[in-house]
Design a protein around this ligand. Sequence first.
Ligand code: ADP
Ligand code: MG
Length: 298
Amino acid sequence: ATPTAVMVGTGVGASQGVLIKGGQALENAHKVNCIVFDKTGTLTVGKPMVVNTRLLTNMLLQDFYILIAATEVNSEHPLAKAIVEYAKNFVEDKENPAWPEARDFISITGHGVKAVVQNREIIVGNKSLILDQNIAIPSDAEDILAKAEALAHTGILVSIDREVAGVLAISDPLKPGAREVITILRSMNIRSIVMTGDNWGTANSIAKEVGIETVIAEAKPEDKAEKVRDFQGSGYTVAMVGDGINDSPALVAADVGMAIGAGTDIAIEAADIVLMKNNLEDVITAIDLSRKTFSRIR
Ligand code: ADP
Ligand code: MG
């Protein structure tokens, strides 16, 4: 392609809300034959909501939620925000909820949070966090978790004073049109993969809903980058699509990093292409544009 064609291609992209940072990015996109999608906020809407609560103790739901909100209010995680939002249903002043004080708050990245509230040790997070803390998971909690995950919900365990006291199910539905995008990509001979820090059960259920066969779950940010390099090593030209800080190493590692415009600044900076309209269809727009510019319509 001539420099003029590249300029035109980049310009057409910009006019459609597909920001291509330079000619190399536009060129690489036409060779892509494998796309790794982050789950939360990329394939899904990214606005998780608590949809179910199962208490395993005889405490009041209100008291239970106030303890976990006091812990999660210290976390920036979207799941934490969903939990705090839901807990507001149990307080009088929803605008200014006065959560009790939390001491010794710690956040365990990719796992959950822990703090002491009203002299009780509260742990909120995934199964591996609870197991790492040497807390036993009763079989009814396991059953509830499995059911939540089969519905593509994220199951969160709550431990109070080292006993599992409840299980929350949090739902973050697929973006409309996500399934169609995957189908079209397949017709373009592009393989799609879902990659997430979330658990295997939930990841498999979402993958099934969207029509993706290859799943990578429980991946830390560095694992995500390593997986991208693995696919490159087996001969693929890889695009990574993500929105989070935890996706940025993988966005950098990929041949083409694509960030969702509504994503975090760090992801947008790490990416080669920014999808300003937050539409997954624009993954196709970008590749089409590149194929046309480099006249390799396959
Ligand atoms: P993702 O790739 O889906 O954004 P993360 O790596 O951020 O996932 O988190 C992985 C998992 O760790 C979450 O699905 C959740 O089970 C658990 N987790 C992380 N942060 C929190 C939190 N603040 N409260 C409860 N659970 C959490
Ligand atoms: Mg995400």
